[in-house]
Design a protein around this ligand. Sequence first.
Ligand code: ZN
Length: 252
Amino acid sequence: MSFFNSISRSMTRAQRAPKRATTPTSATFSPTEVAPPNNIPPSVAAPAIPKPLYLSSPFVEAALVKGNFKTIVMLPKYVDIMEWVAMNIFDFYTNLNEFYGVIAECCTQQSCSTMSAGHTLSYTWINHERKSVHLPAPTYIDYVMTWIQNLLNDEATFPTKAGHDFPQSFPSTVKHVYRQLLRVFAHIYHSHFHQILHLRSEPHFNSLFAHFLSFGREYELLEVKDVKGSASSPVAVGQLWEKWRDMGILEG
Ligand SMILES: [Zn+2]
């Protein structure tokens, strides 16, 4: 880790959001997605579902960064790849946490009784008894963000001091983190995009998400199946990814 890098990270970390309460569940979860029991066949349901606003013009093109994201995800010269991934994950977490903080009052146990990310998709949480359970979205997101905050604060997982190496488990840990951050993005797009529009934040939010997707693909932190979901339970925002690829904003 270079000296400059060490300084810039410690400066960034000083701005970290307030520490959250300890999550009541195990941190080694791997939630899975399930379709609700009374699932309407997609062939019947499809015509009734209007096109989401985030796939519609002009919102689909709204971005702060113009052009392809490839250049901003490239590893800078002389920067260690682990450091680069750690710094970017910290930034994605911080920015997404801020966005969620702004819309959180609209994401309640009543409005979002499950962690929905598509018309037939609600993510489930693996609890401490290893059971897959549905949680209201605000609870699910609080667990995710608390878990990530604790990892970022853990010197053994995200070392910040010179001479401390990244653990061997770092690549698999950051993949878990990435998958969970993706789910938070997916819920916000699916259930709260109108609030993002109301705040006129869609260029910023789209840019953050496109950057997140581009970085995830470049460093193999993101599985295509997690972005798109399954045929019976597609991730709604997976269509946005495909649209951005068609538009040349993202690569394959
Ligand atoms: Zn919500």
